[in-house]
Design a protein around this ligand. Structure first.
Ligand SMILES: Nc1ncnc2c1ncn2[C@@H]1O[C@H](COP(=O)(O)OP(=O)(O)OP(=O)(O)O)[C@@H](O)[C@H]1O
Length: 348
């Protein structure tokens, strides 16, 4: 069955003007995202992973219209997100929502949980009286805040971090969102509570067909919750595809590095891959004038040609794409290995 695209990111590039190192130095341009493109499908979770500063949150902020991209566009229902006005903008603000990292600042401490649910149900669905109360309780039950009568009357400070994220998800459901940009929604929660929130998002995805763009630096939760994954490095998509394939058989040296840094008992055999220690380990600041592969200064297999151009994407396996000069060689080797007949198998 064909997948239904509900949101598209098309060649998005985002530049920021930043101050120089001293008061008198000239402003510089930082390229936070470089030519980023992908589709988000109905009822899927697409993880965006990468280390701090790689541009994950910028992607969310553009989708929320906090920033306008320098070039490229985001598409929702055939319309460019930054061109929406009037009714189209109102619908977009209803259907596309964001859940934040910090559950402590996402709810108004002065108002009850019922209040947070009542407002969107009145505004977007024109509900009142008994029907309004039933819908609020339904939303609380859906996210596991029970009994709803008791939980709904509480103020945010009376809830734990995990319960606050559940209350915020109940609000998003009450608004009627279909697409949720989740920016590290569990990173500030205790490990024991994280799983519950991820399971709840899984339920919203599976049972209600909600789509999630799941921003994280944690490969383990990305694999647990997501269907596909994009690995970002310094604003560039370096590898993307089905999450199991990318995590089990990473091809880009940066993906290998990320995965080798995450503990996983199943993956004892993966060779540990170190960054080069003869060069700077910090992420190089990317500017509109920068050329080549952004990872080359840390890459153990870099060659001089890596400074020329950022390589084209190569589909190394069905649904797994890599941008690295070695991707074609890897693809050839991999295909040769898979074409080799097994011993004792008749060749037809
Ligand atoms: N408004 C801004 N002005 C200038 N630079 C910015 C702005 N917003 C983000 N940046 C820069 O853009 C780059 C990407 O930032 P972003 O917050 O998207 O990264 P991130 O991957 O989400 O990091 P983290 O995981 O630490 O939140 C960083 O170098 C950041 O300093």
């Amino acid at each position: 069955m064909d997948k239904e695209t509900v949101f598209s990111v098309q060649n998005v590039t985002m530049d920021f003007q930043i101050s120089g190192k001293t008061f008198f130095s000239k402003k510089r341009t930082l390229r936070a995202l470089n030519d980023v493109s992908f589709d988000l499908y109905k009822g899927e979770s697409l993880a965006v992973v990468g280390e701090s500063g790689c541009g994950k949150s910028t992607l969310c902020r553009i989708a929320m219209r906090f920033y306008k991209p320098t070039s490229g566009q985001m598409i929702y229902h055939d319309g460019s997100v930054h061109s929406f006005k009037g009714e189209a903008l109102r619908t977009y603000r209803q259907k596309v929502q964001m859940i934040f990292q910090d559950p402590f600042s996402s709810l108004n401490p002065l108002h009850s949980i019922y209040y947070h649910l009542k407002r969107p149900l009145q505004l977007y669905h024109k509900l009142k009286g008994k029907e309004l109360k039933e819908k609020m309780d339904e939303a609380l039950e859906m996210v596991g805040l029970v009994p709803p009568e008791e939980q709904g009357r509480k103020n945010p400070h009376q809830l734990s971090g995990g319960q606050k994220q559940r209350a915020f998800l109940a609000r998003i459901m009450a608004i009627g969102a279909d697409i949720i940009f989740a920016d590290e929604p569990t990173s500030m929660l205790d490990v024991s509570i994280r799983l519950g929130v991820l399971n709840l998002m899984n339920k919203l995805k599976r049972e209600m067909g909600k789509s999630f763009l799941y921003i994280t630096h944690d490969i383990a939760t990305a694999r647990y919750f997501s269907d596909r994954i994009i690995v970002l490095y310094s604003g560039h998509m370096v590898e993307w595809g089905d999450v199991d394939e990318v995590v089990k058989h990473p091809v880009h040296p940066y993906t290998k590095l990320l995965i080798s840094a995450a503990p996983d008992p199943e993956r004892e055999t993966l060779a540990k891959l170190e960054v080069r220690d003869d060069v700077e380990k910090e992420v190089t600041m990317w500017t509109p004038e920068s050329r080549g592969c952004p990872f080359r200064n840390r890459c153990p297999v870099a060659e001089s040609r890596c400074a020329d151009d950022f390589p084209e994407a190569v589909e190394v396996k069905p649904n797994q794409f890599v941008r690295c000069i070695h991707a074609k060689e890897w693809k050839t080797e991999n295909n040769a290995a898979s074409e080799k007949p097994e011993r004792n198998q008749p060749v037809s």
